[in-house]
Design a protein around this ligand. Sequence first.
Ligand code: COA
Length: 425
Amino acid sequence: MTKALTGVRILDFTHVQSGPTCTQLLAWFGADVIKVERPGVGDITRGQLQDKPNVDSLYFTMLNHNKRSITLDTKNPKGKEVLTALIKTCDVLVENFGPGVLDRMGFPWEKIQSINPKMIVASIKGFGPGPYEDCKVYENVAQCTGGAASTTGFRDGLPLVTGAQIGDSGTGLNLALGIVTALYQRTVTGKGQKVTASMQDGVLNLARVKLRDQQRLAHGPLREYSQFGEGIPFGDAVPRAGNDSGGGQPGRILKCKGWETDPNAYIYFITQAAVWEKICDIIGEPTWKTHPDYAKPAARLPRLNEIFARIEQWTMTKTKFEAMDILNKDDIPCGPILSMKELIEDQSLRATGTVVEVDHPTRGKYFSVGNPIKMSDSPSEVTRSPLLGEHTDEILRQVLGFSDHQVAEIHDSGALDPPRKQAAE
Ligand code: COA
């Protein structure tokens, strides 16, 4: 079966997490992704957070499935010739180098365009144009500068970063959408274009409800925030709101049976207005259905602490899964706090390919996260990440059409292999 992006060839200059997330998605949709790596070194994540000696880390393998790897020193003259040939034959170049790296390598946008006017050049940077455009950025910097950290955590605690990699993987998703959109526009214009996604922009985009609340603050307190019910005045910036729901339906994380010993025995409980009467029946407060202090959403807002404390008395008598079963029968929105251990063992996630088991020649079997986007005519099969330079000769011969003699010449130039010093180490 052909895939959605069959026939699209990606020159993948990405490293670490943000860029590799993007090109991995494109590979899952069927694109031929050729990952260019520095000879002898490769993507730095191959050697980071290693759980087994001398094998590619889970960090690397989980971000680079379904790709091919070529090693190439792009600062070597012969390496530049190979890179030029790759630019001629690929549809998209994706990179998340530090600012200015591609220019310093001798391949600014104008040069790439002159080599292949149809090429789409897609980049992730930490910041867009402005005072910080030259800064290098990692995940948590993006969370802090994009508004997520200032609005995450509890009011009386430090700003917090979240474990979800919204700056890296989130921006990778944005870039992937930009690339397929540019590919679509190219079918009309015949031209390539630059696609850029900044991590700060990506995080702010995901934190938009807090920018909404910033503007609401000018017109009075944020009544759905716990601090309103606690009588604590608001300052001039959106405060951290703990586990308060970010939407119009108040919600909290509540203890469930076993919380004293299990750090994940909790459930997220939403008091959606439409099911309020059912909630009252379940928790044993039927009079709240008609009582003026509780019957209507606006009356409940100053009493959320008291209301959730009462609901928690009920959730503490159930495990998070028992509570989920009971509440779902009445369409009450809720969700157990699932640990990574529970998620990796979840058979339904395995069945849909969201959690996949992959075999790797040097590491053996491991679990990974499959494509979160499911398409009926373009199913994703997750194949292992490439070893460093595993496909170098294959790409030179099959993709670029180089002869045995040319391939030997390129090897002799040192463009494909580590410098002697590194090789000896
Ligand atoms: N051949 C020769 N040189 C190569 C090469 C290759 N195949 N691939 C990379 N290099 C060189 C680059 O040319 C560059 O050299 P230069 O600085 O002399 O021009 C060098 O490797 C380092 O590139 P850089 O991207 O700056 O890496 P870094 O390790 O110093 O910084 C980041 C890492 C992630 C901070 C930085 O790349 C960055 O800010 N990226 C954009 C934002 C981003 O994606 N961040 C999230 C990452 S998850």
